[in-house]
Design a protein around this ligand. Structure first.
Ligand code: PLP
Length: 383
């Protein structure tokens, strides 16, 4: 049976470039990068090369790049690592209502430990406003964390302007760029961020490997206590194949970004047009302006659909998502969809389709047909 993968925001397949870069470090050059002998030095050289490659993609200094176990660790580290030094006195952290659980739950935890956390609302297209941020800033605000691009509806936030507001009030700025990497420019100086989180499996690299960019001079406490790895700031033996794969994947993704974006956006647009013209009572969630939306994302709310549309689509060979993979299986409606004004029932009747490198015109066409078929079937059976 035909199976179409339209869940690239959940994860991507490993690219050939990444796979080739990883292979030597499993069983040939397998040393511990912290060992002082030749095996260790070879591994350490691979890690150093990966760090240089990632730094170059981000326009960062080599010593501003830290490897982690993924986007979740990077987000947790950025937020808790800044809060740590004020753990006795508390203070304010400002974030948004549409962050991924990795940021949201880290903030919730700090809230329980006495921090004052402000979750900025968003407008109907998912945008955080600079004025709202300005109004939320206080003298004791230590950190602002707003994602670069939303994982559910693709909204691209004005991070450079938000960072300016944070800095004007003496706060640090972190952005979760997990969904943006590979699709949007990543120059950290233009973003103006003090910390930027990435996750390799979102840009055709391996799962379980992330990056945290930390601007030099940022007083970030370690999250992971242990050895002296990552210049003493993140203990734990480095996963050498993973970091080599992550660097190769990122370099390739940045090199083909513009060309790939054009092709993927065209597929997404053709799909969205077909869905919108063949299904009644449907809302296309997120910004309509190309420049303000991730090129691969289409998210719809289908009215008058009782029953599990995702499940039916899967049976018909279309693999999509109801939002974050981390909340898959959860019966909770998406926080992002509620924040943009959807009701709980509407949020539960919404589906995210995300295209990627290996998506084809046939995939887009097949999926649009199946969406119309499945929605109509559920509507008929609900009568
Ligand atoms: N942040 C965003 C925006 C994400 O979409 C994800 C994953 O879906 C994460 C963080 C977590 O990344 P990881 O899966 O590497 O832990």
């Amino acid at each position: 049976m035909k199976k179409v993968y339209l869940d690239y925001a959940a994860t991507t397949p490993l690219s050939e470039e990444a796979f080739s870069a990883m292979k030597p470090y499993f069983s040939q050059t397998f040393g511990n990068a912290d060992s002082l002998h030749a095996f260790g030095r070879d591994a350490a050289e691979a890690v150093a090369a990966a760090r240089r490659r990632v730094a170059s993609c981000l326009g960062a200094e080599v010593n501003e790049i830290y490897f982690t176990s993924g986007g979740t660790e990077s987000d947790n580290w950025a937020i808790k690592g800044i809060a740590e030094k004020r753990i006795r006195n508390g203070g304010r952290i400002v974030t948004s209502a549409v962050e991924h659980s990795a940021v949201y739950e880290a903030c919730k935890q700090l809230e329980r430990r006495g921090f004052d956390v402000v979750y900025l609302p968003v407008d109907g297209r998912g945008f955080v406003s600079c004025d709202a941020l300005e109004a939320a800033m206080t003298a004791d605000t230590l950190l602002v964390s707003v994602m670069y691009a939303n994982n559910e509806i693709g909204t691209v936030q004005p991070v450079a302007r938000l960072a300016e507001v944070a800095h004007a009030h003496g706060a640090l700025f972190h952005t979760d760029a997990v969904q943006a990497a590979g699709a949007l420019p990543l120059d950290v100086k233009s973003l103006g961020a003090d910390m930027v989180s990435l996750s390799a499996h979102k840009f055709y690299g391996p799962k379980g490997c992330g990056v945290l960019y930390v601007k030099n001079g940022t007083d970030l406490q370690p999250l992971m206590s242990g050895g002296e790895q990552e210049r003493g700031r993140r203990g734990g033996t480095t996963d050498v194949p993973a970091v080599a794969g992550a660097a190769a994947a990122l370099e390739y993704a940045c090199a083909v970004r513009e060309e790939e974006n054009r092709r993927i956006a065209a597929l997404r647009d053709a799909f969205a047009e077909k869905v919108l013209s063949s299904v009644t009572d449907v809302i296309y969630n997120g910004p309509s302006n190309e420049a303000e939306r991730l090129p691969n994302n289409a998210n719809f709310t289908f009215g008058n659909v009782a029953g599990n549309l995702l499940y039916l689509l899967d049976l018909e060979g279309v693999c999509a998502s109801n939002g974050s993979a981390c909340s898959a299986g959860s019966s909770e409606p998406s926080r992002t969809l509620l924040a943009i004004g959807r009701s709980e029932q509407e949020a539960m009747a919404s589906v995210r389709f995300t295209f990627g490198r290996y998506s084809t015109e046939q995939d887009a066409e097949f999926a649009a047909l199946k969406v119309a078929e499945c929605v109509n079937r559920l509507r008929q059976s609900g009568k």
